[in-house]
Each structure stands twice: as structure tokens, then as C-alpha cells.
Design a protein around this ligand. Sequence first.
Ligand SMILES: Cc1cc2nc3c(=O)[nH]c(=O)nc-3n(C[C@H](O)[C@H](O)[C@H](O)COP(=O)(O)OP(=O)(O)OC[C@H]3O[C@@H](n4cnc5c(N)ncnc54)[C@H](O)[C@@H]3O)c2cc1C
Length: 481
Amino acid sequence: MSQGDNPRIVIIGAGPTGLGAGYRLQELGYDDWVILEANDYVGGLATSFTDDAGFTYDIGGHVMFSHYDYYDELVDKLMGGDYTELQREAWVWMENRFIPYPFQNNIRDLERQTVFECVTGLLRAQREPHDEPTNFREWVDATMGEGIARHFMLPYNFKVWATPAELMNYIWIGERVSVVDADAVLRNVILGEDQVSWGPNNTFRYPMRGGTGFLYEGLRRFVEDHLELETPVASVDPDAKQVRTTDGRVWDYDVLLSTMPLNRLVEHMEHVPDRVRAAVPGLHWSGSHIVGVGVDRAADTTKNWIYFPEPDVPFYRVTYLSNYSPYMTAEPDQTLFLTETSRSPHKIEDPETIVERVVDGLVGTGLMDDDDRERIVTTWRCSPDMTYPVPSITRDTSLGTIQPWLRHHEIYSRGRFGAWLYEIGNMDHSAMQGVEFANHVLLGEPESVWIPRGEPQGDEVDGQRTDPARRATAGSWTTTA
Ligand SMILES: Cc1cc2nc3c(=O)[nH]c(=O)nc-3n(C[C@H](O)[C@H](O)[C@H](O)COP(=O)(O)OP(=O)(O)OC[C@H]3O[C@@H](n4cnc5c(N)ncnc54)[C@H](O)[C@@H]3O)c2cc1C
């Protein structure tokens, strides 16, 4: 499809990807498009909610990473001057103490035996030759050694992904993280030098009011005329090029941008070849229980978020959301904890007890006092089925089967669960995948954020150049976005 064809564009989903596409389409002055959104609100997983008590929650801690000028300018436009600027102050809680993040560069304060095991394991791993790892577990052992693997990497990553490391690939890391720097570890242990994640150049912005969702609520006004809320897609017929919504309406398209989960898209499609259907079970995911706890006393720390690798508390991360903006709580001098607990068939987490277990965990780790239980003014739970597209060892083969077939039918599956690529699953990646979809369809420009995976190697895939240097750029190995 090229410029001048005047394609009818249908977009499934009004999360950051669909909104990014819509924003760009209107910016280009194009008119023939519609967004079909199942919910009665926009923003998808980047939405925020305010409860009756007046506390505002994101669906897990959302930190704005920024890799693209276009996205930065868009955020500037949406936020104006109405934002806070925060230092990325991250910590790890283990062995009953806080150590600065990143873990491996700050182990000196742990138990002597733990330090010994981490250091000797690392030195051994770096000395000994290894075969090419075949999964994430082997990669961790080979690059970080048995001690760091056992004390931090494996338990922490299981808590995040709710998936055993043996079932995950390490491509999402391999392209963006160098092996652990043994010199830095020894400098920390022997010379006592910490290497922290925060400092004047490591800041992020956060909307003053309305949480992360403020940004996407702001995008809504640019797409309003083309937006159909409460319009879930029931099926897609790729031969007739039609989308059917649950209200019985039929939407013709020339090009379809789908941001709904890729597995569900294929399950909702007609005339799907067996080999494509057979590829769907190779896509794995985890869900979450996001629990917020509002306490009627001021926060006693400037920490932003804390990682919890140990299994005695359910959550893997707690964000001090009340440190992000004074408007996240109902009254000044209140504290809002936002906790994230993953779940999957490998890691069952009872929704009935999770709020209670989270409160116990906050008390057990000292973030709350026992007396604070009486000061809890509100709790909030949100339990999406799908929060993390797991980079499983089967993922890329599945994507390599499904995506080219979709593309052959003028269907672009993009975004966090549309592309199913954690490594480009953040808000900026997602919104830019939407923007680049519009540029590609209307202007013939190549996509550069989306990564074809498991497809024919080489520079040319589906007529688009893929530049390895521009691939995955998100965060580091404890990123939990
Ligand atoms: C716990 C957690 C923490 C995160 N932390 C960060 C972070 O720190 N920084 C960061 O940048 N990003 C973070 N993210 C990622 C961010 O939320 C995503 O990048 C972003 O929401 C993806 O946008 P999307 O539009 O691709 O998908 P989604 O947000 O999932 O939106 C998809 C939309 O499609 C709609 N839809 C689905 N099925 C249908 C259907 N059948 N018919 C119609 N509509 C449908 C959904 O309702 C939804 O609105 C985090 C995500 C999670 C879950």
C-alpha cells in the first residue's frame, strides 16, 4: 500500500500504540480511519484510575523512558509544564536490608557468605569457557555466575515473569546488556565504592495530576472524531478484509493495525492456516495483581521504587507512588504504595488473599509499621490477565510464522502484546510503533522500532529495512516495565 491509494485504515485498540497511530494520522491530515476500543476509556495498560477515596493508581509502576525525539516532543506537548521531575532512585530489599540498585555492583553490605558466593561464582563464570547458552538460565549462569544467579537473578526474575528461566530466551537482554563488570563488583566489595542508579542525569518526568494515564487521556482529544469506545472486536476476516464488532457492525479495511494481544487476534480470525494456528501456543505471557495501599501518614523516604527478589513477600516491586506527585493521594502527607505481583500457571496467586498478603509484606519488610495497619485509608486491586509478554524460547519461531502471514494480509500487529516483544514493549516503543505504522502506510517510510523476529534473516523483510543497530534499547536486566 502506498501513498495515494487512500487506504481505509482500521485500528484495534486505543492504548498507546493505537493512539500514537491515530495522532500521527490526524497530524498528516488523513481522514479515512477508525479506532475500535473494547473499554469505555483510552490508554490500555497505561491507564490510571482514581478511586472513591481520591487516590490515583497506575497499572504497575510506569516510568517514562525516552528513546525517540518525536515521542519526547509529543509528551512535552501533552504535559506542558504540568509535571514533576524525579530521580530514578531504585533499591533492592534482601537479607533484611536495602542495597542500592543495580544489585551486582552493590553487594558489599550483604552477608559475608553471600558476598563470597557472588564474587567467586562471578570470577569462575568469567574464567571458564562456556557453550552458547540455550536459555535465560544458562545465560545468567554463564555471565553472572552461580552466586548472583541463586541469590538474585533467578528468584527475582521468577517473581517478575512468573516463568521458569529455563523456558525463556535471553535475546531481550543479549542485545542491550553487557556482561557483569567484575572490576566494578570488586571495587564495591574491596574498596567500598557504591555504584547507584540515580544522580543528576538520571531523572524522569511524571504528570503532575492524573497519573501516567494523563498522557493518553490527553491524546484522546486528537482522535476523538475517529474513536469508537465500548466496541470490542469479535472477529476478523482477512480474506474479506472485514472486522466484525460484538455489536454486529462490520468495518471494511484496506489496512488493519491490531494492538490487541496477538494470540487473541489469531484466535478471533477466520481462514487461518493450520501452521499459523499451531504457532499460537508458542506465545507465553504472565498477568499481575496490582495492589495499591494508601496510608494516612507522610512517606518517610525519597525512594522511588524497590525490588524484592525474596519469596517471602508476594510482590517483586513496590513503587512509592506518592513520591511521584503530591496529587496521587487524597490529602497531602499521605503515602501511596503501588505493588506488583506476577501470576501465571507456573505461579498461582490467589486474588482473594492478595491484598492482605501485600499489606503483610509491606509490614514484614518494614515499609509499613504494624501501627500503620490502622492508618490504611484505602486499598485497590487491579488484576489484568496479560501484563508481560514473556520472551519464551518458543516466541520467535511463533512470531516468525504468524507475523509474515498477517502482513501478507495487510495486517500489522504492533504494540506491547500486538508485537509480543518485551524488548520494545514500553510506552515510548508502543506509541512510536503506532506513529511508524502511519508513516509506513501513508508515506512509505520503513518501520524502525518494530523488530521482525524469527523471520528470514537479512536486511530486507517484507520490503522493510531492519537495522540491527536500532533494535531493542529498553533498560537493563532488572527492568520491570
Ligand atoms: C505492570 C506494568 C508496568 C509497566 N511499566 C512501564 C514503564 O515503567 N514504562 C513504560 O514505558 N511502559 C511500561 N509498561 C508498558 C506500557 O503499559 C505499554 O507499553 C503500553 O500500555 C502498551 O500499549 P499498547 O497500545 O501496545 O497496548 P495496551 O496498552 O495493552 O492497549 C491495547 C488496547 O487494545 C484494546 N483491546 C484489546 N482487545 C480488544 C478487542 N478485541 N477489541 C477492541 N479493543 C481491544 C485494549 O482494551 C487496550 O485498550 C508497563 C506495563 C505494565 C503492565
